[in-house]
Design a protein around this ligand. Structure first.
Ligand code: NOJ
Length: 752
């Protein structure tokens, strides 16, 4: 009853507030959005403009009264990490009703892979190669977040990386610019929805612009050196896709790029983003990244930092006061000019107008019901299921029959509700997680599940429970070992030097393998771990990432064959840290390695001596191949690829060619297959990658049936930046359609 009354009161408050806003002449302007912006801008004082350019976390506002006064005085345009219907409406009311111009606040928060319904970490979602389900996942995240007053999220994170040591690999889409671009588009569309004025629309923020994923040695926040062809052909691609998809905002990154910090980088922010891409959205700095330019040694003090960031086109400063404290003086000294300030404010106001915040600044309390809805959880289960990659399945160990007598369930991730949510989860709750243990008990009945945790957390090195685990394994028909990493081992500031499965997990897995019982390992992690030993010791291995709220049921669905696994790796798996970086679109080099020239370092000297014969490009200990290639993933069925066919053997740079293949489901169950199209530009004005993904298609093929999968490749798809220009160069190309980056049917064509 009380809560009913509360919501009635809340609704009536909102109604009244809406009426007040509608009556405020200052915030009601007419005409097209740009005229509205100009109209408002003309009324603003310099202080109010600098206020719009400042964003703060309420916890850093100096106390409640100071916060409210600052809002009343128009000293903030945006808050991050303020949420909750009542709280947001309370502060918004001050901005709208009590500040001179009534400009609404933009409320932002990191909603990276779900708000309360948590989806797999973005790298896991990327393993689904399914833009449709990802779009919907991000839509759901926005619906939930908007119900708490959040109308701006700092997602998608679309930093390409080659480095699994980097903790933030979890947040992105992996190594490939084509896959990441397709998914970036879907993410932006999902976050923002179809109508920006809808109360569930949330402004997206493409981050971190640019190059952050190339931090040296994977140490977070570190220096990046990225030559322009690599920057344009790889790193910037997903950002361009996000801009084209209408992302309302961009975030400038922490790193220094080729000697210039990203938040003061005129080349990326002005030349590329504004001039070349004609981007009209707003740029926010990363947290403190403006003043961190002092640490970078690029600015002497806050004043210079503000000058460089404003001049480069960082419109809003996240968590810092260098703009509000210094811009006036900088103007007086002609170190920045009024047009820079006005442009920044224009971009900021435009976002607020686009989101309909002037007409409708308040959160409707009715939206609060949009949290953890059954269909949201169903979708989380579907996405988690499609993100799972089957990496090994000897003797068809999987799927398990639901008639199995009993299973031994063990490992630190089997029942770890917080860990399965993964990194960057502010609002998801462990109590909503359904763990693998819980879901297996539901599936099989508790009496058929022998649970021994074995290791109490992923880094646990204790062997104390090994014997108990072995005994449980011996008395069961199969072992399900849930290995991996705790959530806190990946994410921002959580980089690792060694990317092995931590603690005594591998040791325990090796012991369990000796029991001779079918051993199924499910890895739940925030990065592609070096899983060589685990792969060797297991009969079957599923890579399930940190799969979110519904990770448990999704894993059970796959274990028992309710659905066949269909995920494919969005990133190359290396054998160990020493092999980093290893990405599939590497260049060929002058000395490409191959089987013929490779002698393993542990070969017996008398039989197979090490030799310098060949001098090829590989590591003596790792060899010349990664552990698992990009795009790899098995299924419970088998797919045969046949009949590669090209509509023409040559095309012009402005033309196109159709490439198709027949994919037959030759196994014993219906399943999805992600069919991949790769090309190679054989000779270029600069050296070109040995393979580049240019298309993919997820197809459902029934058992015994076949599908013709066709891609259209346009001349434009073959364009690249050669250091001077974007070019499509005539010459010969290889083309493959196949199941991963290492296999496929081969053809060729030429560009005239
Ligand atoms: C720092 C992170 O780099 C960025 O991704 C995030 O959006 C901000 N903090 C705000 O939390």
């Amino acid at each position: 009853m009380i809560s009913f009354l509360k919501s009635v009161i809340a609704v009536s408050v909102v109604t009244v507030l809406l009426f007040v806003v509608a009556c405020r002449p200052q915030s009601k302007t007419s005409g097209k959005p740009d005229l509205q912006v100009e109209d408002l801008l003309a009324k603003m004082t310099l202080d109010e403009k600098l206020g719009q350019m400042s964003q703060i976390d309420p916890g850093f506002a100096g106390g409640e009264e100071q916060l409210k006064k600052a809002v009343r005085d128009g000293r903030y345009g945006s808050f991050l990490n303020m949420f909750g219907v009542e709280r947001v409406n309370e502060i918004q009311k001050i901005a709208v009703e009590e500040s001179r111009l009534g400009i609404p606040l933009l409320i932002g928060r990191d909603v990276i892979h779900g708000y309360r319904t948590i989806f797999p970490i973005p790298l896991g979602m990327a393993a689904s190669w399914n833009p449709e389900i990802i779009r919907k996942a991000f839509r759901i995240s926005s619906i939930e977040a908007a119900s708490q007053g959040i109308r701006w999220t700092f997602a998608p994170m679309i930093d390409i990386t080659w480095d699994p040591r980097w903790g933030r690999i979890a947040e992105g889409c992996g190594e490939d610019p084509y896959l990441a671009s397709s998914l970036a588009k879907a993410m932006v569309e999902g976050i923002q929805g179809e109508n920006l004025k809808d109360p569930t629309a949330v402004a997206a923020c493409a981050k971190h612009f640019a190059g952050y994923g190339f931090a040296e040695a994977g140490r977070d926040y570190n220096t990046t050196y990225i030559p322009e062809p690599l920057l344009r052909n790889v790193v910037l691609k997903p950002f361009k896709a996000a801009a084209d998809a209408g992302a309302l905002t961009f975030m400038s990154a922490f790193n220094d790029l080729n000697g210039v910090p990203a938040s003061g980088n005129e080349f990326t922010l002005k030349k590329i983003l504004r001039e070349e891409w004609k981007y009209k959205g707003m740029v926010v700095s990363d947290w403190g990244s403006v003043t961190e330019m002092i640490n970078h040694g690029f600015c002497a003090n806050e004043k210079e930092a503000a000058q460089k960031a404003i001049s480069a086109g960082v419109d809003m400063e996240m968590s810092g006061s260098s703009y509000s404290s210094n811009a006036k003086q900088l103007l007086q000294e002609n170190k920045i000019n009024q047009a820079m300030i006005d442009d920044a404010v224009r971009y900021i106001l435009k976002v607020k107008f686009d989101l309909g915040l002037f007409e409708n600044p308040y959160v409707n309390p009715d939206l609060e019901k949009s949290i953890l809805k059954p269909d949201f959880l169903d979708h989380a289960r579907k996405v988690a299921r499609e993100s799972i990659v089957l990496l090994k399945n000897e003797n068809n160990t999987l799927p398990l029959s639901n008639k199995i007598g009993s299973v031994a369930v063990m490992g630190p991730l089997a029942d770890s509700p917080r860990d399965q949510l993964g990194t960057w989860v502010f609002d998801g709750k462990a109590e909503n997680s359904v763990t693998p243990l819980h879901s297996l008990k539901e599936f099989l009945g508790g009496e058929r599940v022998n649970y021994v945790q074995g290791l109490s957390y992923s880094r646990d090195k204790s062997t104390a429970a090994f014997q108990k685990c072995i005994a449980a394994a011996k008395s069961s028909d199969a072992i399900l070992f849930f290995a991996g990493e705790e959530w806190i081992l990946s994410g921002e500031g959580q980089s690792r030097g060694e990317i092995n499965i931590p603690g005594a997990q591998d040791e325990l897995i090796a012991e369990l393998a000796k029991t001779g019982k079918p051993l199924i390992v499910v890895v739940m992690a925030g990065r592609p771990l070096a899983i060589g030993n685990t792969l060797k010791n297991s009969d079957a291995l599923l890579y399930a990432w940190h799969g979110g709220t519904m990770s448990g049921p999704a894993i059970s669905d796959i274990l028992f064959g309710i659905e066949s696994p269909s995920g494919k790796l969005p990133v190359t798996f290396v054998k160990g840290s020493g092999q980093i970086p290893f990405y599939y679109y590497r260049n060929n080099t002058g000395r490409p390695a191959s089987e013929a020239f490779y002698t393993p370092i542990d070969s017996i000297p008398q039989i197979n001596p090490q030799s310098s014969l060949g001098y090829k490009s590989f590591h003596l200990d790792y060899g010349y191949k990664p552990l698992l290639p990009f795009g790899y993933g098995l299924s419970y069925t088998t797919f045969d690829y046949n009949n590669l066919s090209l509509s023409s053997l040559s095309m012009s740079a402005s033309g196109s060619v159709k490439i198709s293949a027949t994919v037959t489901n030759s196994g014993e169950r219906d399943a999805d297959e992600i069919v991949q199209l790769y090309i190679r530009d054989r000779v270029g004005s600069i050296t070109r990658p040995i393979k580049e993904l240019k298309g993919f298609s997820k197809v459902h093929i029934r058992q015994g049936e076949k599908a013709k999968v066709e891609f259209t490749l346009y001349g434009k798809d073959l364009e690249f930046f050669n250091g001077k220009d974007y070019v499509i160069e005539p010459g010969e190309f290889d083309v493959w359609i196949g199941p991963d980056s290492d296999n496929g049917l081969h053809g060729e064509f030429t560009i005239q």
